[in-house]
Write a new protein. Structure first.
Length: 74
């Protein structure tokens, strides 16, 4: 019966465990490096677009406040 479990354990420790550890620590090192240059540029672009959209919403709210003061209550 112990031979039944020994073979899968040997296979696991020879092939699966080292690959698992390698991939685990490789992903840890990638996350520790931070954002790439492309990610930083994308984040900057998205922030600029969000700021622009926020300004547009504020402008629309001002227009609606002037033309229909009770629009927020509906």
């Amino acid at each position: 019966m112990s031979g039944f479990f020994a073979f899968p354990l040997v296979i696991f420790f020879i092939f699966v465990a080292p690959l698992w550890l390698f991939l685990h620590y490789r992903s840890k090192s990638k996350t520790a490096q931070g954002l790439s240059h492309e990610d930083t540029q994308l984040l900057k672009t998205m922030t600029e677009r969000a700021d622009k959209m926020q300004r547009r919403v504020e402008t629309l709210e001002k227009i609606l406040d002037a033309e229909s003061p009770s629009w927020r209550e509906r």
